[in-house]
Design a protein around this ligand. Sequence first.
Ligand code: CP
Length: 326
Amino acid sequence: MYQRDKTGAKMKQFLSINDVPDLNGLLDKALNIKANLNGKRELGKHKSIGLIFLNPSLRTRLSSQRAALNLGMDAIVLDVNSGGWKLEFDDGVIMNGDSAEHVKEAAGVLGRYFDVLAIRSFAALEDREKDYEDAVLNAFAEYSGVPIINMESATGHPLQAFADLITITEHQKKSRPKVVLSWAPHPKALPQAVANSFVRWMKASNVDLMVTHPNGYELADTIMEGVSVEYDQNIAFDNADFIYAKNWSSYTNYGKVLSSDSSWMITQEKMNLTNNAKFLHCLPVRRNVVVEDAVLDSTSSIVLDQAENRIVSMQTVLESLLEELK
Ligand code: CP
């Protein structure tokens, strides 16, 4: 269980839940911000954020801009792959290949242009050790000289997990709901980032968390320490108050799709096993592969609330950082 911070420590960056000194305090702050999204239009005046994307996005890109604008900040987006130079991240490389610029200079320059930087960079899913070093995010943190926000890295998506926590808090009907994270099929190999962060944030919250997935899809031991795993999806769904569906590729057989078993798709029949559970997914979602239409189109689905709360999670993080930049 996450302990409320008693030292008054402030948020200095937002790479992961480790940068949150007081989770309950941050959640309270988010709910207050949501009630008045335009209440701090002056806080970010003359402050700027660079939103740096090495991978595609719909929600993160627009919710982050929306949040920054709500706080009166200037927000500028760079899609590195289409509008920037190809970056080198390894040290000591003879740069006579494709990469024209090293992250040491790129991050340093961006740090001169912006007060805050936010970075999206997915796992390559080829080399587990390399991905789990989170080299891209950490390089920007090391060389930019300004606070960094993680907009989904190789190993985590804390802005999503924070939005998920806000959404569960808004919809929960009991003080300690049963929350089930269910693996679901997907034709492509996806990173573990969303699942990793969801587990970490739920472990720190007052919920009864269970994870269900086929054999071979175990997440890292460090993430799963203390979490119940149930390999039978039907048993896991019993009496659940929230079902969070997500695909991830294998961690042990790194980056591989071991199963595309459609019997793991979330159906209305399976939702009927639950305690009238709400359905969550971070989006984008493949209909009738991950979850059937009947669930997504039902009143149980709260995926749009989750997406809306991406503005709230980013705005709460930005407000916390801006209070320290003043
Ligand atoms: N959930 C999420 O991060 O969506 P995008 O990939 O569209 O940003």
